[in-house]
Structures are given as C-alpha cells and as structure tokens.
Design a protein around this ligand. Structure first.
Ligand code: HEM
Length: 374
C-alpha cells in the first residue's frame, strides 16, 4: 500500500478516460542521437502538456508517457523497474493475444479531440526523426461511456485511494515509487456476429445488463462471462484491481470497429492473470466468450515513471549513481545492476505480488506462450 502524501507524484494515470483519447506507440530510431532526443523529450513532456493544456481552460488535457522494456535498457540500463518485461503473448485453445513491439507509449486524454491533436503534434515535432510510428488509435467516448460492443465500460474501476493503491508502486521497488505499469491491447470486433446475438445473450457474454449496467446475479452470470473471469483475488481472498481507461474507436467505411484496452497497475501480474483467465480460461478451456467476437491485434507493456523520475530521466538514469555508490560501499555485494531483466520480471521475483501467491490460479508462466523473437 502506498501513502499518497509521501510517495512521489504519479503521472496522470488515474485521470478519467476523457471524451477523446490518442493512443500512440512509437519505436526509437537507431543511433545515439535518437536516444538523446528521446531522453530530452521525457524531461520536457510535462512542460509540453502544460503549454498546450493552458491554452483552453476546462479541457482536462492529460498525458501519460510509458517506456518499454528494451527501450529502458537501451536508454537507461540498470537499475530497472523490477516488474518491467515485454508483453507476454498468450495462446489458448481458440484465441491468441499477440505481443507486439513498442518503445514508447503516449496516452493523451482530453474533453475535446483538438487538444489531443495539438499535444500529439507538438510531441511529434519535439521527437522528430528520433522515433518511428508503430500504432496510433484515436478513441472516442461512445454515448454514456459504452464500449464498442454497446455495454458501459469502466464501471467497476477502483476510485480515489483504491485507484492509487491499485496503480502506484510503493516501497517494494525502491527508486521506482510513484511509478506504474500499463498494458495496452488493440481489439477488433466482429460486429455482424455480435449484433446477431439477442440482448439477453450479449448480457450473458459480458455478465452485466446492457441498458442499465447492473451486474448479473451469481447464479445467472456464466463462468465464461467477461466479468466473471476478470474478478481475481490474492491468496487471502482480497480482490485485485487494475485501472482501465478503454475507449471505442472505429472506421465505419472500412468496417473497422474496436476497443482500445489500456490498464494501469502497480504490478503487471494482475493484468496478466486476467488475460490468462480470458485467453487460456479459468479453468483452462473455459475462456472469455467476449473473445469469440473480439480479436487482439496488438499487445505491449510499458513502465510509467513518476512525474519526478520522468523529468530526471532527461539526464540518464538517476538511480545508477546511487547503485554504484552502494556497490562501492559493500564490495562483493550484488545489486540490482547485476540482475538480468528476466530475473527481475514481475512474474519471477520482481514485485510485491508474485504470481505464485494468487489463489486458485494456474501457474502463469507455464501457460504463457513463448515471447516472439525469444
Ligand atoms: C475486447 C475488449 C474489452 C471490452 C469490450 C471490455 C468491456 C468490459 C465491460 C463492458 C465491462 C463491464 C463494466 C465494467 O466494470 O467496466 C468490463 C469489465 C471488466 N473488464 Fe473488460 N473489456 C475488454 C477487455 C478487457 C481486458 C483485456 C481485461 C483485463 C486484462 C479486462 C478487465 C476487466 C475488468 C477487471 C472488469 C471489471 C470486472 C468486475 O470487477 O466486475 N477487460 N469490461
């Protein structure tokens, strides 16, 4: 648990999903000048948001910047956030969650799209040739915050102190307090097949009523409904939460209808467990029925530094000197800088929440498909 009054201020992870959102994934171009330009941008990102955000009051412009696992190694080396690793692809009997590239994530939210556009444009000008686009999605609020499949999305998100606890890294990872992890996935829906279902059948897929967004009673809600499979607990029976900021997106003339899934957590293993339940099933084989109408086409994991760390990263890894000083003080002592990224991944020993401690769940690692290119 983190104390908001003493922990470093997080980036705007807990902001509301907004009415418009841009989700931009970038790769860093080869070469040292590109790395230098990206570090400089990280130091100036909050300033750019302020410059654009101040121009119109009440538009609630917010920016979150995430850094991918290999990008962290390339730009900053050790020490690294304990649970940072590439997104792990998942293959169930029927459905696949791919792992796709991405060095940087820009999550831009506002009440109007012009603000998202302006900030994205200013950021791309600042980054110039230092980055290459991987993916860009423009999401919109669909009526009363409905997902593309017509059900209200985000209802059971934690709020206030609970949202802070669910998303913000505390003392379990010294140096990275105030940070977060974010997983993004772009889903495309087969709306023709979905719309052939009756409303009652759709409600059994989601686990809530469509019009008024009430959770179905336990004896009515199928075990393969989306809601049933996404309620997960630790070994003491405490429910584990993530903070979602999904948005609908579409290009109707191309028949493209999607949901951009984006979830913040203080340890990615919680989101990974939900994904395992969805794609592999709980128990295995009992996968999320929503996937029969939704295909994941991307999947990427990023670390989100606290505000202060993001700014400090402009000058390189501020924790390096500290780690070296510690090493000097205790000769022969092993430090974070000796550990390999794999040793430090959240699913092995990295965060407070090791996956083995989750009650009644299949061991995640044995179920995860091998990482692309590894
Ligand atoms: C196809 C993409 C997705 C769509 C359209 C979708 C839609 C929804 C909807 C309509 C709800 C019910 C309202 C709510 O509480 O928000 C919901 C709940 C939820 N979803 Fe998703 N979702 C998607 C993907 C995911 C993924 C990939 C995860 C996790 C890895 C996830 C985790 C959750 C959680 C934790 C809940 C709340 C469960 C509860 O406590 O009742 N969703 N989603």
């Amino acid at each position: 648990m983190t104390d908001p009054s003493t922990s470093p201020e997080p980036q705007a992870v807990a902001d509301s999903p907004g009415v418009a959102a841009y989700f931009i994934v970038l790769d860093i171009a080869p070469g040292a000048p590109a790395e230098e330009a990206v570090r400089a941008f990280l130091g100036n990102a909050a300033g750019l948001r302020r410059s654009v955000g101040k121009r119109l009051v009440g538009r609630e412009l917010s920016l979150v910047v995430g850094i991918g696992s290999s990008a962290w190694d390339r730009l900053f080396g050790a020490p690294r956030p304990a649970a940072l690793h590439p997104f792990k692809a998942l293959s169930g009997d029927k459905h696949h969650a791919p792992s796709t590239p991405g060095d940087l994530l820009l999550h831009i939210r506002a009440r109007t799209e012009d603000m998202c556009f302006e900030l994205a444009t200013q950021i791309m000008q600042a980054l110039g040739a230092a980055v290459q686009p991987v993916d860009e999605v423009h999401g919109f609020r669909y009526f009363d915050a409905r997902s593309m499949v017509g059900f209200v999305d985000g209802t059971e998100n934690p709020e206030g102190a609970e949202a802070h606890d669910a998303t913000v890294i505390g003392g379990e990872d010294p140096g990275f307090e105030g940070g977060s992890y974010v997983i993004v996935q772009k889903y495309l829906h087969n709306m023709q097949a979905w719309n052939k279902l009756s409303t009652e059948e759709q409600e059994r897929v989601i686990g809530r009523t469509k019009a008024d967004d009430i959770e179905l009673a336990d004896d009515v809600k199928p075990t393969n409904s989306h809601v049933a499979l996404n309620v997960v607990e630790d070994e003491d029976g405490n429910e584990l939460a993530i903070l979602r900021s999904n948005m609908a997106f579409a290009a109707p003339s191309r028949g493209e209808f999607g949901t951009y899934f984006i979830a913040y957590a203080n340890n990615p293993s919680v989101t990974e467990l939900m994904l395992t339940n969805m794609f592999i099933g709980r128990p295995p084989g009992n996968y999320d029925r929503l996937l029969d109408f939704s295909t994941a086409v991307t999947g990427t994991l990023f670390f989100v530094p606290s505000q202060a760390l993001l700014e400090a990263l402009a000058d390189g890894n501020p924790l390096k000197a500290e780690a070296e000083a510690e090493l000097g003080a205790a000769p022969g002592a092993s430090s974070a800088s000796d550990a390999s990224p794999d040793d430090m991944a959240g699913t092995s020993n990295g965060g407070t929440l090791s996956i083995g401690s989750l009650r009644g769940q299949p061991q995640l690692d044995s179920l995860l498909a091998p990482q692309k290119g590894s």
